[in-house]
Design a protein. Structure first.
Length: 104
């Protein structure tokens, strides 16, 4: 099954504390149906000191459920994703609102 949201996509948050904000997908976790988006859904973690890092309170991105994300089209507006088979037989993602290809 093809993924509708992939690493490197620009996405818009549809629900939650960061609703309306956009960011780039850093990681997709398909087993949990979640994605990590750069600069969004920030949480603070208290960490103990280890051999490789110091102790302290660090801010990092937490995963967001894929149902709360939508791919941003070229205008920056959220759009649904569909699939289309090209003439050469490759499957590409298509923005439902504009019909433009997302994969290129």
């Amino acid at each position: 099954m093809s993924a509708k949201i992939k690493k490197g996509d620009r996405v818009v948050v549809l629900a939650g504390k960061d609703k309306g904000k956009t960011g780039q997908v850093l990681q997709v976790i398909p087993t949990e149906t979640r994605a990590v988006v750069q600069g969004l859904n920030l949480v603070r973690r208290h960490t103990k000191q280890t051999a490789s890092q110091d102790a302290g309170i660090f801010t990092k991105e937490a995963p967001i459920h894929l149902s709360n994300l939508a791919v941003a089209d070229k205008d920056g507006k959220p759009t649904r994703v569909g699939f289309k088979i090209n003439d050469d037989g490759t499957k590409v993602r298509v923005a439902k609102s504009t019909g433009d290809t997302i994969d290129g």
